[in-house]
Design a protein around this ligand. Structure first.
Ligand SMILES: [Zn+2]
Length: 54
């Protein structure tokens, strides 16, 4: 058991809500979307460095 579940978004410190529909632990949909965008950017950067295709 964890003491407190905070939003995964680094820039957000609000408590995450356990609501149906949230795959991760975020306080809101917007935070989940932003987090996914960050992940996507990180992947793109990694791929861009590994494979210089585009
Ligand atoms: Zn949040």
């Amino acid at each position: 058991m964890t003491d407190r579940d905070e939003c995964r978004m680094p820039t957000c410190s609000e408590p995450a809500r356990d609501r149906t529909g949230y795959s991760g632990r975020f306080c809101s949909d917007s935070c989940e979307v932003r987090y996914e965008h960050l992940q996507a950017d990180a992947r793109d950067a990694a791929v861009d460095e590994a494979e210089d295709r585009y």
